[in-house]
Write a protein that binds this ligand. Structure first.
Ligand code: OVM
Length: 396
């Protein structure tokens, strides 16, 4: 036993339990205070909750790899529930080839083409909701992405109801074999079958983003089967994430009326107001990495083959990094938050996510004078995603 490095404080927390999901903030503070690295006894994994260590792990892919899975399961010891993602669950150099294709499809040039249509769609949706009692989740946070994303991908209309359950399953699958994950797996078969089928070139409209992923197979950059798997990444990561991001922004603007007033006074703050909601709520709460060798982290010794759980949400509110971390402030300098991750795996769809968020918040700023929460928000439980199942509200 090595005595020259400090012991790692244990934690009996269940970071995938509903009690924690109901109010993670006191536990986040306890984890940050315990030390730079903690030992999560229940699952036999290391945890990092301070900004510096989370940022370090995200930026050292050689030591903290993704190819053994970014959930609790170690793919080198257990069979993954689906063929691994070619971007999320790979390391360089395989990762970089796949990433390049998606980065091109989700580039600033693509955003320029999508922008006007997204702004108009958000305008129309918000105008249709003003003066009504609505569910901010179903009628807005889900309705907006579902009204733009599947069409732009080039998906057929029939079966789109599989998209959110499939994403919910994929994000639950990163967690332990708890009731959330088991229940999702029991119901998974029809969602998996539909999504996998839609990823094929012949099932995507020729003018959509899905077809543009398949265009990379024509030039030989990837194989046809790889292109199909890359479209699966768009369908897995592209919808429930933005639903929860937009939901987070609505929940923030409802709880902090002075911030909604500031947004109305200056609608050009819409994009930063969305970004700050991603920092504040962190729709993607956690990801894991696996050590490729014996490593040192925050002064602690971590053996090879260990899982390290990154508490992205805790890093995004670490007082060592952020002033007034628990304030939702739409004028804050948000850069550096890890709500989209960091390093080589940082969200490849972040421009599309921001465009959706900006479109919704810009429309709210122009068409809504009051945004009121009118009933109890209902939480949605997922091993990775933080968000609401329902948010009763009135737009005036
Ligand atoms: C993927 C993917 C990427 C990011 C997040 C994610 C389920 C999946 O490539 O399939 O969450």
């Amino acid at each position: 036993m090595s005595l020259d490095l400090p012991p790692i404080p244990p934690s009996d927390l269940d970071p995938f339990g509903t009690a924690f999901f109901d109010n993670p903030y006191p536990e986040h503070e306890r984890l940050r205070q315990a030390g730079p690295v903690v030992w999560i006894e229940r699952y036999g994994v290391y945890g990092v909750a301070r900004y510096d260590e989370v940022h370090h792990v995200l930026n050292d892919w050689r030591t903290f790899c993704s190819s053994r899975g970014v959930g609790l399961q170690d793919f080198s010891r257990e069979k993954p529930w689906r063929p691994p993602s070619l971007v999320l669950e790979t390391d360089p150099p395989e990762h970089d080839r796949a990433r390049k294709v998606l980065a091109r499809v989700l580039s600033p040039v693509t955003m320029r083409d999508l922008r006007d249509g997204f702004m108009e769609a958000a305008d129309r949706l918000i105008r249709s909701l003003v003066g009504r009692e609505i569910d901010g989740v179903a009628d807005l946070a889900q309705a907006f992405p579902l009204s733009v994303f599947p069409d732009r991908i080039g998906l057929r209309h029939e079966g789109r109801e599989h998209l959110l359950p499939y994403a919910g399953l994929a994000f639950n699958a990163f967690g332990p074999d708890n009731e959330l994950r088991r229940t999702a797996m029991e119901r998974a078969a029809p969602h998996i079958a539909w999504v996998n089928e839609q990823c094929r070139r012949e099932n995507l409209s020729p003018d959509g983003l899905g077809a543009r992923v398949h265009a990379a197979a024509v030039t030989g950059e990837v194989t046809g089967d790889e292109a199909t798997l890359l479209v699966r990444s768009l369908l897995t990561a592209g919808i429930d994430t933005t639903v929860n991001g937009i939901g987070a922004a609505l929940y923030c603007l409802g709880r902090f009326p002075d911030q909604f007033a500031a947004l109305r006074a200056d609608p050009s703050l819409a994009r930063n107001a969305f970004e700050e909601a991603v920092r504040f709520e962190s729709p993607v709460q956690t990801f894991f990495r696996t050590t490729t060798c014996d490593a040192e982290l925050g002064g602690a010794a971590i053996p090879e083959g260990a899982k390290v759980l990154m508490f992205l949400a805790a890093a995004n509110r670490d007082p060592r990094r952020w002033d007034r971390p628990d304030d939702y402030d739409i004028t804050r300098k948000t850069s550096g938050h890890v709500g989209f991750g960091a390093g080589i795996h940082m969200c490849v769809g972040q421009l599309l996510a921001r465009l959706e968020g900006e479109a919704v918040l810009h429309a709210l700023a122009r068409h809504v004078t009051r945004l009121e929460i009118t009933g109890d928000p209902v939480r949605s439980y997922n091993n990775t995603l933080r968000g609401l199942a329902s948010l009763p509200m009135r737009l005036i």
